[in-house]
Design a protein around this ligand. Structure first.
Ligand SMILES: Cc1cc2nc3c(=O)[nH]c(=O)nc-3n(C[C@H](O)[C@H](O)[C@H](O)COP(=O)(O)OP(=O)(O)OC[C@H]3O[C@@H](n4cnc5c(N)ncnc54)[C@H](O)[C@@H]3O)c2cc1C
Length: 435
């Protein structure tokens, strides 16, 4: 029997478990460890609460968890509760699917001012991640600046611009719903280094900005390249640019009743955050494109900002005992191999790119490599080894049926129009886990 440990229960972890089942059938036991007592990684704590259809992919992971040879083991921080070396002793292969949970920093003056956040923190706050549930952003001001031009920036801007009623059917946590409902934000500004042709916002998500109750998107027509140039874009990108063109042509009549604005400030690179203790403005340098790169022009201006959320990417957390690629912000690896018996997959391997589905081929590819390396397995102890160590050390781990208790309790606590009300502290999760 091959014994495989996967560290991280997000998409990459679950697709890897699925691949191991396909590869070895019942000749493998897969144990998926997570430091949270709840599974599914960013499906729960990253994907926007008003995108429930995307979160439905967790049903597939649930089916994997309920099969005989896959076990979820939560509330275990690998590298702390159990060392990598210890896991290596219990398993033929340890595969890190630990994602990229830390914000990449901009490295700008004033970044440590109050009310300047990274998207991991802000998204974690509205999605109830225990690390960020008490973030308490101050939304009393008028202007939010969102730095970035990808789908995470779009999520953040949309969530800020929505009304309470527009969260019907979502699982946004109560503390965020109430804070957003009381928010004074009337203006959200995307600060985007390059131009409309270079945005990484996908059309479906960008299109949602055109259908908000009280907010409408604002694009300066002068920022748009000549329409003929759109022909060179791939079809998806062309759709996004068409949407920007439609936003640029909205009239006052189209905006009737919509007093909130979601503005695109293209060709703009932040250079500093200004304020006394708390952020008050963002200093920005105008850019121009040279060979596709944004180059500063030397012209600067300031945008008033009561809150700033940087959405510029993520880095993996280093794990004690695992080599780290500091430049890439990932675990050091060659095509997923780290060292003898250690592997990585998903965002921990390649950084924060692609969609949920991109992690599936990643999972299958790593299992192929593990299969080449471990043969029939070395008769290791697997879960029994961990269980004995956990008992000795007092590690209070939970299993999938405990998550099912949490799940039921969250569903029971839901607002009338919500699928669940998440527990947002480890203590509350653990209490619900034990019934
Ligand atoms: C804000 C946001 C919105 C997104 N929205 C979409 C979307 O709408 N559609 C889409 O296709 N993609 C979306 N994505 C991308 C998608 O979420 C990722 O592709 C995917 O989650 C990456 O999977 P992963 O398993 O590598 O990492 P994660 O999902 O981050 O899973 C990592 C897991 O590892 C655990 N972990 C970390 N360190 C340890 C440790 N030391 N010990 C134990 N456990 C540990 C974490 O608790 C977590 O559960 C979004 C991403 C973000 C950030």
């Amino acid at each position: 029997m091959r014994q495989i440990a996967i560290v991280g229960s997000g998409p990459a972890g679950y697709y890897t478990a699925e691949a191991a089942q396909k590869q070895w059938g019942d000749g493998v036991q897969v144990d998926i460890y997570d430091f949270l007592p709840v599974p599914y990684g960013l499906i729960r704590t990253g994907v926007a609460p008003d995108h429930q259809s995307i979160k439905a992919v967790s049903r597939r992971y649930e089916a994997t968890s309920l099969s005989d040879n896959v076990c979820f083991i939560g509330n275990v921080l690998v590298g702390d509760d159990v060392s990598v070396e210890e896991l290596r002793g219990f398993y033929d292969a340890v595969i890190f699917a630990t994602g990229a949970p830390n914000d990449r920093e901009l490295g700008l003056p004033g970044e440590d001012l109050a009310n300047v956040f990274g998207s991991a923190a802000f998204v974690g706050w509205y999605n109830g991640h225990p690390h960020f549930a008490s973030l308490d952003p101050d939304l009393s001001g008028e202007t939010a600046v969102v730095i970035g031009a990808g789908n995470v920036a779009l999520d953040v801007a949309r969530i800020i611009a929505k009304t309470r009623g527009e969260f019907s059917g979502s699982d946004i946590v109560n503390h965020a719903l109430d804070a957003l409902d009381a928010s004074g934000i009337e203006r959200v500004v995307f600060v985007v280094r390059r131009g409309p042709h270079e945005i990484a916002m996908t059309p479906k998500e960008l299109g949602e900005l055109g259908h908000l109750h009280l907010a409408s998107p604002v694009v300066d027509p002068a920022d748009l390249p000549p329409e003929a140039d759109d022909a060179a874009l791939d079809p998806g990108q062309r759709k996004s640019v068409n949407l920007l063109r439609a936003f640029a042509s909205l009239s006052d009549a189209d905006r009737a009743g919509k007093h909130r604005r979601v503005e695109f400030d293209f060709f703009a690179s932040p250079v500093a955050f200004l304020g006394q203790g708390k952020v008050e403005a963002v200093e920005v340098e105008r850019t121009q494109l040279e060979d596709g790169r944004a180059v500063g022009t030397g012209e600067t201006y300031t945008i008033p900002a009561d809150i700033v959320i940087g959405c510029i990417g993520y880095r993996t957390s280093p794990v004690p005992g695992v080599p780290f690629d500091d430049r890439g912000g990932i675990l050091a690896n060659v095509e997923g191999r780290i060292s003898d018996g250690l592997y990585c997959v998903g965002w921990a391997r390649r950084g924060p790119s692609g969609t949920i589905g991109t992690n599936r081929p990643d999972g299958f590819a790593i299992v192929e490599k593990v299969a080449q390396d471990i043969g029939e397995g070395a008769g290791k102890a697997g879960f029994a080894g961990f269980e004995a160590l956990a008992a000795e050390r007092g590690v209070d781990f939970v299993e999938f049926h405990h998550w099912q208790n949490i799940d039921k309790a969250e569903i029971a606590l839901a607002r009338d129009d919500a699928p669940r009300e998440k527990f947002v502290t480890m203590e509350a999760m653990m209490a619900a886990a034990r019934g």
